[in-house]
Design a protein around this ligand. Structure first.
Ligand SMILES: *Cc1c(COP(=O)(O)O)cnc(C)c1O
Length: 386
């Protein structure tokens, strides 16, 4: 089976992890701050807080922004459940904004309309989480403009978008957001096994997230409520978690970061080749915003079902049966049973639901060979013709 995504581990990666295993610190050593510093440079941002997953990063980002009971978090229905669940962890209410038919990202027009209604009803969100689906940046400048007008904070879920650029600037520089999140799960662009980061230019938010990732404990006397009792002393000043990244993970991430630009360039080559090989088929290839450089985590096609004799599911199953490990990103979050039980229902976000009826993610990862890619395309052609 050709998977839809796959990590690539080099000898340099293995050596970097083995070096940590032979060192004094498996966790809370020098590799984590080393990785954070390199990522800060790469993202052109001030503070990077490494944690054990992007899910944890989203959670502490929401908490640092003060999200809690009685507050609202809005995100897109076409995302992984973690982008929404982080709001529920904090006791906030979650709601969604429908997607744009062309980019599949949160629609700025739908957001503006929903904000205006919410303003009248006194139900404005405290936090909005735009997700750069497939790596394509959301219209951050416009969303930032709306945040100024309606007074909400922004967490960019850039789990798909490390290595991409928006209007010439690196994703992660937080020019139009309070906090940006990356994920390093193995299917993502670079990996630490499990892992993620929260990035910000705000020193106070960074300090709060550093506390929250490690039990709310500090050894910084400036943050303490009384004079230190001695060299052993620390204080717990918040209710935090153990969300720390290990040094093995950070060393792997640092080593992978060396190849990030090459990886994204390779994804663009693969995408361009798919675009031309698929151009005459009854499907829509991914539209790319001319102002931005996508991280291209995913390559999603949409079937033109009125031109195909098979159903979406039949095409999907036939590809899987032929060894093509296609996937579907994502099932709209609002139709998940957990969210339906909160009152959401099919029909609430029609553009997202239409997308879900047509979308298929084709294999996309840097090590995908031309031969493998040809097999994907040939098989797809056969499946669509039959
Ligand atoms: C993968 C992913 C996450 C969660 O990442 P983890 O590191 O696995 O916790 C969150 N949001 C999006 C959009 C993702 O793709």
């Amino acid at each position: 089976m050709i998977p839809y995504g796959q990590q690539e581990i080099s000898q340099a990666d293995i050596d970097a992890v083995v070096d940590v295993l032979k060192s004094d610190f498996l966790t809370q050593g020098p590799a984590v701050p080393g990785f954070e510093q390199e990522l800060a440079k790469h993202s052109d941002a001030k503070h990077v807080v490494a944690v054990n997953s992007a899910t944890s990063a989203l959670h502490i980002a929401c908490l640092a922004l003060g999200l809690g009971k009685g507050d609202r978090l809005w995100t897109t229905p076409i995302t992984f459940v973690a982008s929404a669940n982080c709001g529920l962890y904090c006791g906030a209410e979650v709601d969604f904004v429908d997607i744009d038919a062309k980019t599949y990202n949160m629609s700025v027009a739908a957001l503006a309309e929903k904000l205006e209604k919410a303003k009248q009803n006194n139900t404005l969100p405290k936090v909005v989480v735009p997700v750069h689906l497939c790596g394509q940046p959301c219209e951050m400048q416009a969303i930032h403009g709306l945040s100024q007008e309606y007074g909400f904070r922004i967490i960019e879920d850039a789990s798909h978008a490390i290595g991409g650029r928006y209007r010439g600037q690196p994703i992660g520089n937080c020019q139009f957001s309070d906090i940006t999140i990356f994920s390093f799960h193995p299917v993502k662009i670079i990996t630490t096994g499990e892992g993620g980061v929260a990035i910000t230019n705000d020193a106070e938010l960074a300090q709060q997230m550093e506390l929250l990732r490690s039990h709310g404990i500090t050894r910084d006397e400036k943050l303490m409520t009384e004079v230190s009792h001695g060299g052993w002393y620390y204080q717990q000043i918040e209710l935090g978690f153990n969300y720390r990244m290990t040094d093995m993970q950070a060393a792997l991430g640092l080593s992978q970061l060396d190849r990030l630009n090459d990886y994204v360039a390779k994804r663009h080559q693969i995408s361009a080749r798919y675009n031309s090989l698929l151009s005459n088929l009854p499907l829509v290839t991914p539209w790319q915003h001319p102002d931005s450089y996508s991280g291209l985590h995913l390559y999603v096609i949409r079937l033109k079902l009125d031109l195909i004799s098979k159903s979406h599911q039949q095409v999907f199953d036939a590809l899987r049966e032929s060894g093509i490990g296609v996937n579907l990103h994502y099932i709209p979050v609002h139709i998940q049973p957990y969210y339906q039980q909160m009152g959401f229902a099919a029909g609430d976000f029609p553009e997202a639901e239409r997308y879900y009826e047509e979308a298929i993610s084709l294999p996309m990862f840097p090590a995908l060979t031309e031969q493998q890619q040809d097999m994907v395309v040939t098989t797809l052609k056969q499946v669509l013709a039959a």
